[in-house]
Structures are given as structure tokens and as C-alpha cells.
Design a protein around this ligand. Structure first.
Ligand code: ADP
Length: 553
């Protein structure tokens, strides 16, 4: 037997519009706050679907966004997949050559773009790679002068002449609904597709207490970008619950976040550790009332225990530490305390909550060593974490090479090396994949190495991520120069070269000259030796000004 209807997103939209018509969607924009209700939202989503249909978008076509977190972006979240198309959220912080690759690979037909991001997109537009793109739509009520994109219209004109109702189709569960590219260790970014059913299952798993604990009374502010795994699914789960949405717009400062929490009564928010370190520091210096805030979901990188402690002790806010991946829609584990653990001493509770946590209901996991055997849950032995479940992908979009590497017998091999304690709490102790994550964004060590090694004066080079308090990791390059080279000049040259080829924040914080890159028995670069040697931030202390963060500037 099967249920009467398929597991799709549309009923969430319908329910919010009908049962919570007056709950608000609030969005920070360059012109101030915009707000409307679910009733209006439902109508605007229908108008967007009508406009897409008129533009020739139909079943399975890909529609892309190049946007920060705001209400119009949220309209595409239901409008695009519910009319049968696939929403492809592009990360605007990627280097241009990655953006070109993914637009060409996904064959996007329309791209919705923020006014502030239009110059970045225009800079990446390249005839061949963008051959599938028929139209750009600027997320505003008018197109800025000299936008550099063509043909182009503004969002309000695009949806203007369409009715507030749409004859939504009954979609199959395996209909592709979402798409997001993830950076690989090697090669080009990998396309991850989400079906209607995967997004439904992820929503239903994250709503209850064992997930992220979301209810109609909540006011939810996703700071995690909407181009990162659907802002961890929050726009969907918030709607399913009938809760109020607050979107912080482009590049919010800690002051913007504190003001939104205070003025909109935010109860739950979510983002990478860097954001919350910034908010804590701001709150130390300023008198903001964040008493409405009950909990913060921290993920993307490990939540430092000190951050969990400071939010608890100084602001009475619970941190829910979560782990996930683009391939997992993304939530995998959440560090809830088990019954009885509230009686443990505070420090022991923080210890548990700083782990990546307990597997979400509906998922299965195994932790395997190099020989393929499962390791015991003893908090000591470690292995690679494998997961599977209804919202975990089983393949990449058109990438058999990557499938072979990352999937086995229906399991996703996460590349995260973990221990599991007797209570079942997962803790990440290392990363098998050779990438650097700075402020929640990936930097490819391999691409940096290729660029640096192409320099005539470099004999050998390797790049590793070194722990950093604010950005979690920052890149450091280790160089073996050719004989007789002026090291200072070479260093300046290399940094300039990287900044020219990649986003500025990819540039290594430090270039260290060494006599030889450590090698494994088989002659490969042994980064583990360097990582063990530099497992603190002494090498780069004070080297990363705020401006080197990933941003839209
Ligand atoms: P996300 O949007 O969560 O950053 P990605 O697919 O880009 O998704 O990155 C997933 C990887 O990020 C994980 O495999 C892991 O290495 C790292 N990661 C995610 N959450 C955490 C966490 N809470 N602690 C440590 N590492 C994490």
C-alpha cells in the first residue's frame, strides 16, 4: 500500500497559506525592511510560477539563483520546484571558472540575480558556458544601470501580469526539485540533486525535537546562505511549521543580526561558527536585547566549545551543534543531550554538545577503518563515517568518476574521520578529503598548489589548512624554492598570482619556505606530517584581516 498523495513540497506551501495566513515573512533589503504574510507569499509564488511557465520553463528545466537571503529568493524556493522545474542555487563566492563550469553543466535557462551580485555574475558570463541561459532576472523592482547582463528584466515586472493562483501539477516523488554544487577534492564542482521526496523527508525529519525542533511559534532567521544546501532546509521547514521567517539580506553585520533578533523577536537562527563569534564580540561591546533568542544551530564547521559556553552563560541561548553535507540535504547529526545528561556538570554537557552529535532519525551510519571493518563505539578508534537514508544522495549529476569515489553500495562515504562514544555521539577528528574550509566556504588546496607550482621559481609546493579561531581554517603554503631565488620577491609574486586567479580570500595567510615537502613511503606529499606540526594557529596569528573573509565585496 502507498499513501494517497506523493511526498512533495506543495502541501507545505498550501498549509502555511491557509492555516497561518497572517504569519510574516520579513526581509532586510538595501532599502530597509520588507514584510508581508504567507497569504501574500502564496499569491506571489503562484505569480512566479505563471511567469516561469510563460517563459517556456517546464518539467525538469533548471532555473538558477545567484542571490543572498531574502524574500524574493524564498519565493523561488517553492515557485520553481512546485511548478515542476528544478531550482539550482549557485554560490556567488565561487571563482569565475567554477561558476562557468556549473552553469554550463546544469544548463540553466534563467538566472535570478541580486543587484549587488550582478557585477560578479556579469564578470563570469562567458558566451560558451552561458549558452543555455535565455534570460537574467534582477531581484528588484528595476534593473540597475549598466548591469552588464542581457537579456535582462526585473523581478517585479517578470511576475507582474500573472494571476495569484496557479494550477499546480501533481509531481512524482523522484522529480528533481533542487540542485546545489559542492566543491570536490579533485576536479570540477560536483552537482548534487534533490528530489521532491528528499526535500520532503528532510523537512519532516528536521521539524521535531529530535531534529531542529521547529514549531509555529518560532521566528526563524537563516543566516546560513540560501545557496548553501537550501539554507540547511530552513525555508522549507519554517514554512511547513507555519513559523515566521526573517531573512537578513546581503552581507549582514553583527549589528544587523542583533537588531533583527531584537526587533523581530527571532527565536532560532542558524549559521557557521564565524558568524556567531562575530555576534558574541559585538554583544560584549553593545547593549542589544537578544532575550527572544532561544537557540542557534551551528554547523558547516565544528562549533567551538567556548562559543557554546559563552552563549549559554552570557546570553542564556542554547547552541545546537549540527553536522551535515550538501549530499545529505544537509542535516545528518545534531548534538542534543540525552535524558539525564542535563544533570551532568556544565563542562561535561558542553563537552557532549561540542561533538557533532546523534544521528537524525531515519538515517543509518557506519564507521569503517581502512580495511573496511566497522570500528567500535569506544570514543577512541576512528574510521570514515558512511551514511545512508531517504535524504542522502546516491550519485552526483553526470559524474560517474566521483560516484565511484564517494559512494559504495548505496552508502555515502563522507570523507569525515570520526570517533563514536558509548552514548552514540559522533565526533569529527580529521578530514580524509584534502580541502580547506574557511568561514564556511571551501578553498581547493589542489587548485592553489597547481597555480603555485606553475611558477618558474618553485620546485615543490603544498597547501594545508591551519586552525584559525575566527575562520576555523586558513590556507598556508609550504614552498621549496629553486636555488638562488629571492624569497621575499617570490612570496609577493605567489600571493599576487593566487589573488589574480582566485577570490582574494583564497590567498594563503602565510608562505613558509622549506627544504623538502615531507613524503609518504610511496613518494606522495604527506600533508598529515605538516598538519600535525602546525595544528595550532601560531603560524598565522593576526595575519587574516576581516576583509579576507568570504564576502560579496
Ligand atoms: P555545508 O553546507 O554543511 O558546509 P558541505 O557539503 O559544503 O556542506 O560541507 C560538508 C562538510 O563540512 C562535512 O563533510 C564536514 O567536513 C564539514 N562540516 C559540516 N558540519 C560540520 C561540523 N558541525 N563540524 C565539523 N565539520 C563540519
Amino acid at each position: 500500500m502507498v499513501g494517497a498523495t506523493n511526498q512533495t513540497l506543495r502541501p507545505f506551501l498550501w498549509r502555511a497559506g491557509k492555516l497561518y495566513p497572517d504569519r510574516e515573512i520579513v526581509s532586510r533589503t538595501a532599502e530597509g525592511l520588507e514584510r508581508y504574510t504567507y497569504a501574500e507569499y502564496e499569491g506571489r509564488v503562484a505569480r512566479l510560477a505563471g511567469a516561469l511557465s510563460d517563459a517556456g520553463i517546464g518539467d525538469g528545466d533548471r532555473v538558477a539563483t545567484f542571490c543572498w537571503n531574502h524574500n524574493r529568493h524564498f519565493e523561488t524556493y517553492f515557485g520553481v520546484p512546485s511548478m515542476g522545474a528544478q531550482l539550482h542555487t549557485i554560490n556567488p563566492l565561487l571563482p569565475d571558472h567554477h561558476i562557468q563550469y556549473i552553469v554550463e553543466n546544469a544548463k540553466d535557462r534563467i538566472i535570478f540575480v541580486d543587484p549587488s551580485l550582478a557585477p560578479k555574475l556579469a564578470g563570469a558570463v562567458d558566451g560558451d558556458a552561458f549558452a543555455s541561459v535565455e534570460q537574467f532576472v534582477v531581484m528588484a523592482s528595476e534593473v540597475p544601470d549598466d548591469v552588464g547582463l542581457s537579456p535582462v528584466t526585473d523581478y517585479e515586472s517578470f511576475i507582474a501580469d500573472h494571476p495569484d493562483e496557479y494550477d499546480w501539477p501533481d509531481l512524482p516523488e523522484d522529480q528533481p526539485a533542487g540542485m546545489c554544487y559542492t566543491s570536490g577534492t579533485t576536479g570540477q564542482p560536483k552537482g548534487v540533486e534533490y528530489s521532491q521526496q528528499m526535500l520532503w523527508a528532510h523537512t519532516m525529519a528536521t521539524l521535531p525535537e529530535s531534529g531542529l525542533d521547529i514549531g509555529a511559534k518560532d521566528v526563524i532567521m537563516p543566516v546560513v546562505p540560501m545557496f548553501h544546501v537550501n539554507a540547511w532546509g530552513l525555508p522549507f521547514s519554517t514554512t511547513a511549521a507555519g513559523a515566521k521567517h526573517v531573512y537578513p539580506g546581503p552581507s549582514p553585520t553583527p549589528e544587523d543580526l542583533a537588531t533583527l533578533i531584537e526587533e523581530e523577536g527571532v527565536t532560532m537562527t542558524a549559521g557557521v561558527p564565524t558568524v556567531w563569534l562575530g555576534l558574541l564580540d559585538y554583544l560584549d561591546e553593545h547593549d542589544a536585547d537578544i532575550s527572544s533568542l532561544e537557540r542557534i544551530i551551528i554547523g558547516g564547521s565544528a562549533a567551538p566549545k567556548s562559543v557554546i559556553r559563552r552563549f549559554d552563560e552570557e546570553h542564556d541561548v542554547d547552541v545546537l551543534h549540527a553536522w551535515g553535507m550538501t549530499e545529505m540535504s544537509p542535516v545528518g547529526t545534531v548534538a542534543h543531550l540525552k535524558p539525564g545528561m542535563e544533570d551532568l556538570p556544565a563542562e561535561a554537557q558542553y563537552e557532549k554538545r561540542a561533538k557533532q552529535g546523534l544521528l537524525a532519525p531515519g538515517l543509518e551510519m557506519r564507521v569503517v577503518d581502512d580495511d573496511g571493518n566497522e570500528v567500535p563505539w569506544d570514543d577512541e578508534e576512528f574510521g570514515e563515517l558512511w551514511v545512508r537514508g531517504p535524504w542522502v544522495t546516491t550519485e552526483y549529476f553526470e559524474r560517474p568518476d566521483a560516484n565511484e569515489e564517494d559512494y559504495e553500495d548505496g552508502w555515502l562515504k563522507t570523507g569525515d574521520v570520526v570517533t563514536v562514544d558509548e552514548d552514540g555521539y559522533v565526533q569529527i577528528v580529521d578530514r580524509a578529503k584534502d580541502v580547506i574550509k574557511s568561514g564556511g566556504e571551501w578553498i581547493s588546496s589542489l587548485e592553489l598548489e597547481n597555480s603555485i607550482m606553475a611558477h618558474d621559481d618553485v620546485a615543490e609546493a603544498t597547501v594545508i589548512g591551519v586552525p584559525h579561531e575566527r575562520w576555523q581554517e586558513r590556507p598556508v603554503a609550504f614552498i621549496v624554492p629553486k636555488g638562488g631565488v629571492d624569497e621575499d620577491a617570490l612570496k609577493a609574486d605567489l600571493v599576487a598570482r593566487v589573488e589574480d586567479e582566485f577570490p582574494k580570500w583564497w590567498a594563503p595567510d602565510e608562505v613558509v619556505f622549506i627544504d623538502e615537502v615531507p613524503k609518504t613511503a610511496t613518494g606522495k606529499f604527506d600533508k598529515k606530517v605538516l598538519r600535525d606540526r602546525y595544528d595550532d594557529s601560531s603560524l598565522i596569528e593576526g595575519k587574516t584581516p576581516d576583509s579576507e573573509a568570504p564576502s560579496d565585496e
